[in-house]
Structures are given as structure tokens and as C-alpha cells.
Design a protein around this ligand. Structure first.
Ligand SMILES: [Zn+2]
Length: 156
């Protein structure tokens, strides 16, 4: 790691310890050339996922969009919000561990349906019924708006 003060490349790690509840490693470094001290953090870099739509168009995977669609499907259902967070993280981890960075949108929809089916039947039916049209439309924004229960305020 290059010293931010003098540019020397040969810096030393003086101390490494877990930080942020073991999500990161904090390293204290020392530069023997100028005596400078600095700190670096090491984190897991998850792969960037790309969604392949049925039209063949590619789009960066957007966790927020996924989360929005799931939360709308689960609206007014008696599901603990923490459980929803866990569910979304679980889906993302599954996608990340599939060994491919390019994932067909269809496959994502199927994983979501499979997961919802285990958690809440009503939410599953809501999601699945819209998903069937969605495959033809292949338009996530439209998908989300169709999922939105009538009369519910639009979420921005
Ligand atoms: Zn230095």
C-alpha cells in the first residue's frame, strides 16, 4: 500500500483487527521512509451483478428495486420487517453465489417467488400474478406499479 504522504510503496502493517462487527479489517500502517502513519480498511467486494432481460438488454442489478418489489408484495402482511431484510439479503447472496455475474431476469423472479412462497402465501400470489404479465412486458418499473395495491400512494 502506497504511503499517502510521501508516495513510498514499502509501508508496513503494524496492527490488524476486526472492525464494524467483523465486516471489515482495520489495519494500522507505518511508512518507514517518512514516518507517516495511516489506517486502511479491508472489506469484501461482492461481484457486480448484471441482469439480462428477456429482450436481451443488460442492466446493473439494483438491490433497491428488488427490495421495493418485495416490500410491495408484502404490504400489510404480518411479516416482521427484520425477516424481510433477511429474506432480501438471502436472495442477493444466492444470486451472488451462482457463479455467474450475468443473471437472467427470469431466474431472479423465480428465486423471489420461491422465497415468498415459503414466507407468505398472499404475497407470493401477488408477486406471481404480476410476474406472469411482467415476463411479457419485461419492464421492472411497470412491474412495480402493477404490484402496487390500488389506492396505495406511489413510493418515490
Ligand atoms: Zn511515507
Amino acid at each position: 500500500m502506497r504511503c499517502p504522504f510521501c508516495g513510498n510503496i514499502d509501508t508496513q502493517v503494524k496492527d490488524s483487527r476486526p472492525a464494524e462487527d467483523h465486516v471489515a479489517i482495520r489495519r494500522r500502517r507505518f511508512c518507514p521512509a517518512c514516518g507517516g502513519r495511516f489506517t486502511t480498511y479491508e472489506r469484501v467486494q461482492l461481484r457486480d451483478l448484471v441482469v439480462i432481460k428477456t429482450s436481451g438488454r443488460r442492466e446493473d442489478f439494483d438491490r433497491d428495486k428488488l427490495e421495493r418489489s418485495i416490500r410491495i408484495a408484502l404490504q400489510k402482511r404480518p411479516i416482521d420487517p427484520e425477516r424481510v431484510d433477511q429474506m432480501i439479503s438471502g436472495i442477493v447472496r444466492r444470486l451472488e453465489s451462482m457463479g455467474e455475474t450475468d443473471i437472467p431476469s427470469k431466474q431472479i423472479g423465480e428465486i423471489v417467488m420461491e422465497t415468498l412462497a415459503r414466507i407468505d402465501t398472499v404475497a407470493y400470489v401477488r408477486f406471481a400474478s404480476v410476474y406472469k404479465n411482467f415476463q411479457a412486458a419485461d419492464d421492472f418499473d411497470r412491474f412495480v406499479s402493477e404490484l402496487r395495491p390500488e389506492g396505495a400512494p406511489a413510493e418515490k
